[in-house]
Design a protein around this ligand. Structure first.
Ligand code: ATP
Ligand code: MG
Length: 407
């Protein structure tokens, strides 16, 4: 059963017991915008303990917020009791909630496009906030007083950017003004939440528009800890589906960071501000470093150096970044490098074939592991990559010759 069908079954189950129940929030928005909803949430006047009694497989995730997961129909459906939120003392979660009416539930939601309900049987949209009008006009508008709504939860500024970019909406003027006014308060939001929003923005094809909006609304200071202006060119030239590491690297370069020697700086800052994992940070660092080598000193590397670089992990992403970076101006340089790498990649042995001889092989030849050992292995592998040795015999011969020669 599809998730939508499962949600409809839940709604029917609730109605049979005389409750009000609707599809709510993001899925209604997505359906009206012609997008495929990610998940189908249900809102109802049934209380959590009632929901738990009506269905067989339930889990209470956010009991304090009146949210129960129903798993009876082969999908996990989030069922939330209509509620209004109490005071927000930590600008993140209300201190308390109160179960209430659908109308109050719409009022507590962030943007009008997110505050709609849908009766899946009659297809009627229940709209207390003129969300339909805003969807039709492609406008993102806070529910109620934008200043107050942002003050309650500063993360809503990031959510506004994400939704506006994702659906190509204009942020309504008063909402945009409020976001600008409260921009710096976003600093008070936990880096986990900011990092999560940023990740979702950067992984989506609308990433360039999102970062542009962050700049335009003056959120960059609070999000990145600096106010470098963003040149969308590089990011805009990348593909639609790209890795998080590549998107981060394009973000850094677009903001003029990580171009000179010290890409470590921006990697450290982004790790902290955007709550990157160590692995994400290392990926970002590799992509920037490899792309910079391609850009600055490709020709000096020689064949072996080029192939070693092109064979590194994340070199594919680095090459994409480099191509986007070169744009029209250095187009020919980029094409030449792409061509060179592709020729290796398409050859039988690939970019970096396994070494013809390894440490074990040298020991068999009677050599003793030591500092010279590594140098010999590297030199023999260079010769292999440059096509000066072709087989194991040639590799052995060269290793012996190098071993006889004083370093
Ligand atoms: P998506 O999951 O595609 O990002 P969504 O609209 O489903 O979008 P969720 O974060 O899953 O977003 O939240 C579900 C609904 O809960 C939203 O549509 C909105 O009505 C409400 N909501 C979520 N976060 C907030 C918030 N910070 N302030 C007010 N309402 C919120
Ligand atoms: Mg959702």
């Amino acid at each position: 059963m599809s998730e939508r069908d499962a949600a409809v079954r839940v709604i029917r189950g609730l109605r049979e017991r005389d409750h009000v129940a609707y599809l709510a929030g993001g899925c209604v928005r997505d359906m009206l915008l012609g997008h495929e909803p990610k998940d189908f949430d249900v809102a109802t006047d049934a209380r959590p303990e009632q929901i738990e009694a009506y269905f067989r497989k339930t889990a209470s995730v956010g009991a304090a917020f009146g949210v129960v997961l129903v798993r009876d129909f082969g999908a996990t459906i989030e069922v939330a009791t209509f509620r209004s939120d109490g005071v927000y003392s930590d600008a993140r979660r209300p201190d308390s909630i109160e179960f209430s009416s659908p109308e109050m539930d719409a009022q507590r939601r962030d943007f009008t496009i997110n505050a709609l309900f849908l009766d899946p049987e009659s297809e009627e949209v229940i709209d207390y906030v003129d969300g339909r009008r805003d969807i039709e006009a492609r406008v993102l508008r806070a529910v109620g007083d934008p200043d107050k709504r942002l003050q309650e939860d500063h993360l809503r500024a990031m959510r506004a950017v994400r939704f506006a970019a994702r659906y190509g909406l204009t942020i309504e003027a008063n909402t945009a003004e409020a976001i600008r006014r409260h921009a710096l308060e976003l600093r008070g939001v936990s880096i986990e939440r900011i990092g999560d929003e940023m990740r979702r923005m950067l992984l989506h094809p609308s990433r360039t528009a999102a970062i542009g909006l962050i700049d335009e609304l003056g959120l960059d200071d609070a999000v990145f800890g600096d106010v470098c202006s963003f040149d969308p060119g590089i990011m805009g030239r990348l593909g639609v589906r790209i890795s998080y590491g590549l998107a981060l690297a394009a973000l850094a370069l677009g903001r003029g960071l990580g171009i000179d020697e010290d890409s470590g700086g921006v990697c450290r800052v982004y790790r902290q501000r955007l709550d990157l994992s160590n692995a994400d940070r290392d990926t970002l660092a590799s992509i920037l470093e490899i792309a910079r080598s391609m850009h600055d000193n490709w020709e000096q590397l020689g064949v072996a150096g080029k192939r070693r670089l092109a064979g590194r992990e994340h070199a594919g992403d680095a090459l994409s970044l480099f191509e986007a970076w070169c744009a029209e101006r250095e187009r020919d340089d980029a094409d030449a490098i792409v061509h060179e790498i592709n020729a290796w990649a398409e050859s039988e042995e690939g970019v970096c074939p396994p070494a013809l001889i390894d440490g074990g092989g040298l020991i068999e030849l009677g050599m003793n592991p030591g500092p010279r050992f590594r140098e010999i292995l590297d030199a023999v592998y260079d010769a292999q990559l440059e096509g000066r040795v072709h087989d194991r015999l040639g590799a052995i011969e060269l290793a012996k010759k190098l071993n006889e020669k004083p370093a």
